[in-house]
Design a protein around this ligand. Structure first.
Ligand SMILES: NC(=O)c1ccc[n+]([C@@H]2O[C@H](COP(=O)([O-])OP(=O)(O)OC[C@H]3O[C@@H](n4cnc5c(N)ncnc54)[C@H](O)[C@@H]3O)[C@@H](O)[C@H]2O)c1
Length: 381
């Protein structure tokens, strides 16, 4: 029997408890320590999970608990410093979305993880969900024809954040899904928005991303909407998919709907679009908690030296888009073009699943370690 991976979670506010619950339930994991500066939260977890230790000091968790891996679920402003400390302490590191507060910080973390030969994974949970996986399968199989555009709406009343705007809070989910489906970085973006409630922090934003081959995506994010909406439409040349994440069942509906132009016409009077309204099809989806699959994937990547589907590089590309959205907001919605890697570069899952490159510090790269070597390394930490 392989030794369980010893894990600590920092940040147990709204989202952290879901990570603790899922990791704790996995036999491959020893959920060892929870860290939060809020003593009341720690007391609460002590009653829920008496076997899990608690502490208020992050360096204490990093250096004193003999962990193999650290999960960071604190507000975004802490992600970079906490992840850097974790990687420098030799821990495989999972960071909640968005990865960090700037692209430069993300790049530094990616390089550090590669140098240390450690797994760096980002919590883009939707890529582990059955509906998104099914949509990817359908689009890749060409069932909807040529993908023309994606339109995402993520709206509700609150939860207002103090340090990030609504695009940084809600749009990471949509951007990660769009990146996954499009398999390339955008060419440019525009972002409009307004700060109605907290000065300087936009609570309503609309992003428009352009991609190669006349493809595009819009992302509407709001903390100021009376109805909770979680909807993404994928429009193809032959069919269209509507994904409603709030639907209890039938989260995905495929519409056999399209518009066809008649091949020849001489006068405008002869010109008629042919609207095709066909069947609506609801595919079967396996019911499984995406977060469980995500947590399992992190452990598998550590065990087998794999690069996660939602790697640090993916997380960095996503933050690059968020950063561009902020730049566009500051310029009243001006277009921001991506250069270099961010311009139409492929970012597909095939790349993401590749083995991590060997590190350059004389350390064996994680993928080169045998199971025994992993156990020895874990024991020596
Ligand atoms: N993947 C998802 O679907 C999803 C959903 C919600 C939130 N999130 C992400 O999870 C992260 C946390 O969000 P949240 O809504 O849970 O925030 P939150 O404010 O509810 O919780 C953060 C917790 O971190 C603790 N904390 C703050 N500074 C600390 C420090 N220095 N040391 C130890 N603990 C500290 C706070 O006391 C608090 O309990 C964010 O990055 C957010 O974007 C992801």
């Amino acid at each position: 029997m392989r030794k369980p991976i010893k894990l600590g979670v920092v940040g147990c506010g709204y989202w952290g408890p879901n990570l603790v619950r899922n990791f704790r339930a996995l036999p491959e994991c020893h959920m060892r320590m929870i860290c939060d500066t809020d003593l009341e939260r720690l007391k609460h977890f002590r009653t829920l999970y008496p076997e899990v230790e608690g502490c208020t000091d992050y360096p204490e968790m990093l250096n004193g608990a003999g962990l193999d891996a650290v999960v960071i679920a604190t507000p975004v402003k802490f992600h970079y410093s906490m992840a850097k400390a974790s990687l420098l302490a030799g821990k495989h590191t999972f960071i909640e979305k968005p990865m960090a507060a700037s692209y430069a910080q993300c790049q530094e973390l990616v390089e550090l993880a590669e140098k240390q030969g450690l797994v760096l994974m980002i919590g883009h949970t939707f890529l582990y969900s059955a509906p998104v996986r099914k949509i990817k399968e359908i689009v890749d199989a060409g069932d909807i024809g040529i993908l023309r555009y994606i339109s995402a709406r993520r709206l509700n009343l609150g939860l207002f954040q103090k340090d990030i705007n609504v695009a940084w809070d809600l749009a990471p989910h949509d951007i990660s899904i769009i990146q996954y489906i499009m398999e390339e970085a955008p060419l440019a973006l525009n972002c409009h928005g307004n700060a109605h409630v907290t000065p300087g922090i936009e609570d309503v934003t609309t992003m428009y991303l352009t991609f190669s081959k006349d493809r595009s995506a819009t992302i509407q994010s709001s903390w100021l909407d009376p109805r909770k909406t979680r909807e993404i439409t994928f429009v193809g040349s032959r069919r269209m998919i509507v994904y409603d994440d709030l639907a209890q069942i039938e989260k995905i509906r495929i519409y056999d709907t399209r518009v066809e132009r008649p091949p020849h016409y001489d006068t405008f009077a002869e010109f008629h679009y042919a609207y095709h309204y066909g069947d609506i099809y609801v595919p079967f989806l396996k019911q499984e908690e995406p977060l469980k699959i995500e947590c399992q994937h992190f452990l598998e990547c550590i065990r087998n030296g794999l690069c996660p589907l939602t790697s640090g590089r993916q997380g960095a590309e996503l933050v690059r888009i968020l950063e561009a959205s902020t730049a566009s907001l500051k310029k009243n919605g001006a277009s921001i073009a991506f250069s270099g890697n961010g311009n139409g570069a492929p970012i597909g899952p095939a790349q993401a699943r590749a083995k991590r490159p060997p590190n350059g510090n004389g350390h064996p790269a994680a993928e080169e370690r045998s199971e025994n070597a992993f156990a020895a390394a874990a024991a020596s930490r």
